[in-house]
Design a protein around this ligand. Structure first.
Ligand code: SAH
Length: 471
């Protein structure tokens, strides 16, 4: 079947190409990008590569005649292309969206006109738990005022009794983001559940959840298999979303520590942990890079780091800290092969070697590829590579840069309950002969600057010792 709007929509760039040929192309792409790091295993394709998306999103608008339309944005634009027969999206979810569209007129609901900033309904999002059958409908409105919403929901449920929850999400900003900050549950629990790798997961409207559940199980089992867990390891699940990878890995690990930026997703992860009666996992909200660097500053250790960053990849801050935690294995799950190649270059320059590369086809008919990479830590002999270094390249100040000012301040606060300024830290550092690159006025002659009091000096000295900046 060839989609009638394929050229206008641009959502699936591999339309009209045999599935086996699509897989071959993806394999070649990954080989080209990542082959230099190691052997690329044959891509794991799908048996039935259609209607695999469990999340369907349509934007609403009007055509030139003023008729209400809904569908995807044409690639790179905000022009809506009516996509009623999309071969990637779940068929039931598409049916529900058509019903919502057909009900708008009788309920006098105006669709939002982006250019005029006028109207109510902006988007609809339907998520279906493939294994549970639970369905969530999210109506994204430009204003909190949704006239006759109860009757609307009632009528929608009469037509689709399979809907288990309906949520109104308010997005009143001029933005290309679909969801706004605030959600109001109109019917049901406000989330759906799905099962993956034998565990139950709760999914809120804005939490990340892999869109292809069939392949997700294969992706996760590959990642967990690569981790080589024996039941004792301390495992980090970074960029953990609702905790799926970490929780699926928890029964094979000693303990799991998850970190994720999105507050609601972390909330889901904590509840998922409880609901599955898992006692060896903890989840934290925050930037993964900050979290890892704080762990590294506290000299904590990890045996395995799973990292599954967004398409933009990870950061040097994250990766440098991950390396400091000294895991024997890093399992990198990536949906962006270019950023993966960039990040592998960094990690392989820091004492890790790529052992396995496994592409997984999570997005048939599109050019996207997901890849799982296993990196292992080189032992010291393997790290000794013969190189010639010019003296000018040797960074003799490396020792002095070990901890940043905020890290020293944080350490002093945690251990001595004292607040210290950058000036005081600079004064103590100078006392130990650590030269400052920053322009702190550490009290040269002629200047009247406050002098670090003895208790603070003692605390800062202890911090410098802790970070091995002085002996
Ligand atoms: N591992 C999860 C989620 C992967 S998607 C799964 O398989 O479902 C990437 C996740 O990274 C998203 O949940 C996103 O909210 C989160 N994220 C993005 N930037 C982040 C950052 N700087 N720190 C921590 N998490 C981040």
């Amino acid at each position: 079947m060839i989609c009638t709007v394929k050229d206008k929509c641009g959502g699936c760039s591999f339309q009209g190409i045999e599935y086996a040929e699509q897989l071959k192309k993806k394999q070649e792409d990954i080989q080209k990008l990542l082959g230099k790091f190691g052997k690329v295993s044959p891509i794991l394709g799908m048996e039935n590569p259609c209607n695999y998306r469990n999340k369907v999103h349509h934007a609403f608008g009007t055509d030139r005649k003023g008729n209400v339309i809904s569908g995807s944005y044409a690639e790179g634009t905000h022009r809506i292309i009516q996509t009623d027969q999309c071969m990637l999206e779940d068929a039931k979810s598409q049916e529900i969206i058509r019903t919502v569209r057909s009900m708008l007129k009788s309920f006098k609901i105006q669709v939002y006109e982006e250019d005029k900033g006028y109207g109510l309904l902006r988007h609809v999002l339907v998520r279906r738990g493939f294994s549970t059958g639970e369905i969530m409908v999210v109506l994204i409105t430009a204003s909190p005022v949704f006239p006759s919403k109860n009757n609307f929901v009632k009528a929608l449920r009469q037509k689709h009794p399979e809907i288990t929850t309906v949520v109104q999400n308010i997005n009143d900003r001029k933005t290309s983001m679909v969801l706004g900050q605030r959600s109001v549950t109109l019917y049901g629990p406000g989330f759906i559940k799905d099962t993956l790798c034998g565990l139950s997961f709760r999914i809120s409207p804005d939490s990340f959840y892999q869109v292809n559940p069939v392949q997700t199980e294969r992706l996760y089992s590959t990642a967990i298999d690569f981790a080589g867990l024996t039941g004792k390891e301390t495992v980090i699940d970074a960029y953990c979303g609702i905790g799926t990878i970490g929780l699926c890995a928890s029964k094979y690990a000693g303990k799991v520590i998850g970190v994720e930026l999105n507050r609601n997703a972390v909330g889901d992860a904590i509840l998922n942990c409880k609901a599955n009666k898992i006692s060896n996992a903890r989840f934290y909200q925050g930037d993964a890079g900050d979290f890892m660097s704080q762990m590294a500053a506290r000299k904590e250790k990890a045996d395995v780091v799973f990292m599954d960053p967004p398409r933009s990849g990870s950061t040097e801050k994250f990766m440098a800290s991950a390396v400091r935690l000294g895991p024997s294995r890093i399992v990198y799950v990536s949906c962006g092969p270019d950023t993966l190649a960039r990040d592998l270059k960094f990690l392989t320059s820091k004492g890790y070697r790529v052992e396995k590369i496994q592409p997984v086809d999570m997005f048939p008919f599109t050019g996207h590829v997901e890849t799982v990479v296993l990196l292992s830590k080189l032992c010291p002999e393997e790290r000794r590579i013969p190189v010639t270094i010019e003296l000018s390249e040797v960074d003799i100040s490396a020792r002095e840069k070990k901890a940043t000012y905020p890290q020293i301040k944080e350490w002093v606060m945690n251990h001595y309950n004292l607040k210290v300024s950058s000036l005081y830290i600079a004064q103590v550092k100078e006392k130990y002969g650590i030269k400052e690159a920053e322009n702190y006025n550490v009290g040269k002659e002629g200047h009247r600057v406050p002098k670090c009091p003895p208790d603070k000096e003692k605390a800062i000295t202890a911090a410098l010792k802790n970070f091995e900046m002085i002996d």
